[in-house]
Ligand binder design. Structure first.
Ligand code: GLN
Length: 466
């Protein structure tokens, strides 16, 4: 299956039907999902019915949305009415959502064909999808490696052509990191740009839903379909617009070239910057943002604090009944990483410690946000790596949570500051006889999504040139 824009052109030209696209997706799912495990649940009959309805609308000349008839996948933490929505957790394995998340409602209304729900780390806690209660998603480039996480299924579904467009959530990198590991494009939008209503909350001040596709254009189409003010989400905001330019000033914080980052990733970054410079863009390589070094420490106080409060609702009474009581339900229903974060968060918020940890992290977050926003007044965008390393082996970090957390070093600042971040593959490199993808991240000021797409397209066009 090809790229979203090509598919939409073919649908418009009548050379393919939505029904044929759904058939094709399910052929791929049947041949690959058992190995890759991108989807936890698929809905062939429902997707076929949606496709036929879209084809009928098209044949009758009815008004069509941009993504009418496009097969899409949603992450297992988007409330999907009358469907099990389990956030990769045993505690919700039988939970059917009684309503649609705003994003799901928008996608349905736009006439997209929802083909299934994708695998994820339990409650979106993780960077490898190994924390899913239902199984590990494999990296499409090398099945002995992780697909990244927490939206590993969403990224692998696009990378393997099971779906041309998928939607994930990103709290500290969960769209961008798996997109990077699977060689696809992913966007974490500006905080408040996409409704969080009906998204299972991990850390409400950080969570955002965003698209993954095989091209920047595809991601832009996905973003346009889901963004917009929603009165049902109290943190939703009205969009502003940051104009697209012909030439950009691009900043590279020194801290984005941190020691320990794989040299092949830094080489790819430098090559891309050189090409951008040759194409007439201004590169500022001397940006010093020392506070970025604190990002992981800040995030791993704020995230567990918010998560421990958000996950209190899974008490075995309102949600997630297991065993005989609350303790049983939570001890049997949650996996080890979720328990670890609930304990960390409860500790960080407990009497006597809240000032020492939580409030301190909040003030450091405010400082980080302010410094990033200041830098983004002197440059249009920042560019850097997405992850300091190539996709790692399944199991490699399971016994070392800190090593896992450190892999979020370049993605976390974007969430802490509420900025948009676009990640895209730029090249591949060989390791152990297989080609693995290398990606870069473009970060902008709030509401600069259009600029990110524009810079992303420039990078896509210059990819081959050397
Ligand atoms: N890997 C990060 C974490 O474990 C990010 C998760 C996310 O963005 N949902 O918290």
């Amino acid at each position: 299956m090809s790229d979203v824009t090509k598919i939409l052109d073919e649908l418009a030209a009548g050379s393919v039907t939505s029904e044929s696209l759904v058939i094709q997706c399910f052929q791929t799912i049947k041949s690959k999902n058992d190995d890759i495990f991108a989807f936890v649940r698929t809905y062939e009959d429902e997707a076929m019915a949606a496709a036929k309805a879209s084809d009928a609308r098209r044949n009758e000349g009815k008004p069509l949305s941009r993504i009418d008839g496009l097969p899409i996948a949603i992450k297992d933490n988007f409330s999907y009415q009358d469907h099990v929505t389990s956030s990769g957790s045993n505690i919700l394995k039988n939970y059917e959502a009684p309503f649609d998340a705003t994003v799901v409602a928008k996608l349905k209304e736009a006439g997209a064909d929802i083909i299934g729900q994708t695998n994820m780390d339990e409650f979106a806690m993780g960077s490898s999808t190994e924390n899913s209660a239902f199984g590990v998603t494999k990296n499409p480039f090398d099945a002995t490696r992780v697909a990244g996480g927490s939206s590993g299924g969403a990224a692998a579904a696009v990378a393997t052509d099971m779906a041309p467009l998928s939607f994930g959530s990103d709290t500290g990198g969960s769209i961008r990191q798996p997109a990077a590991f699977c060689g696809v494009v992913g966007l974490k939008p500006t905080y408040g740009a996409v409704s969080r209503y009906g998204l299972h909350a991990l850390a409400s001040s950080l969570d955002q839903i965003g698209p993954l596709a095989s091209s920047v254009d595809g991601v832009e189409i996905g973003y346009e379909a889901i963004q917009g003010f929603d009165p049902l989400d109290s943190t939703s905001k009205k969009a502003e617009s940051v104009p697209v330019k012909e030439h950009y000033t691009i900043g590279v914080p020194k801290q984005f070239m941190a020691e320990g980052t794989d040299s092949r990733i830094l080489n790819a970054l430098n090559k891309t910057l050189d090409k951008l410079e040759a194409a007439g863009h201004t590169i500022k390589r001397d940006i010093d943002l020392q506070i970025l070094e604190q990002s992981v420490a800040i995030y791993y106080i704020i995230l567990p604090a918010e998560a421990s409060a958000n996950l209190a609702r899974y008490d075995g009474i309102r949600f997630g009944s297991h065993g005989n009581d609350v303790i049983d339900s939570r001890s049997q229903g949650f996996g080890p990483e979720v328990k670890r974060r609930i304990m960390l968060g409860t500790y960080a918020l407990s009497a006597g410690y809240a000032d020492k940890f939580y409030k301190r992290a909040q003030s450091a977050r405010a400082k980080l946000t302010q410094e990033l926003l200041e830098v983004l007044e002197s440059v249009d965008v920042l560019i850097g790596p997405v992850v300091p390393e190539l996709p790692f082996k399944i199991g490699a970090k399971q016994s070392d949570p800190l090593a896992m957390y450190l892999s979020d070093i370049y993605t976390i600042p974007v969430n802490l500051a509420g900025l948009p971040g676009l990640t895209m593959p730029v090249t591949t490199t060989e390791e152990d006889g297989v080609q693995l993808p290398i990606a870069l991240q473009i970060i902008g000021r709030p509401w600069s999504e259009k600029q990110l797409f524009s810079v992303g397209r420039i990078i896509e066009h210059n990819k081959g040139a050397s």
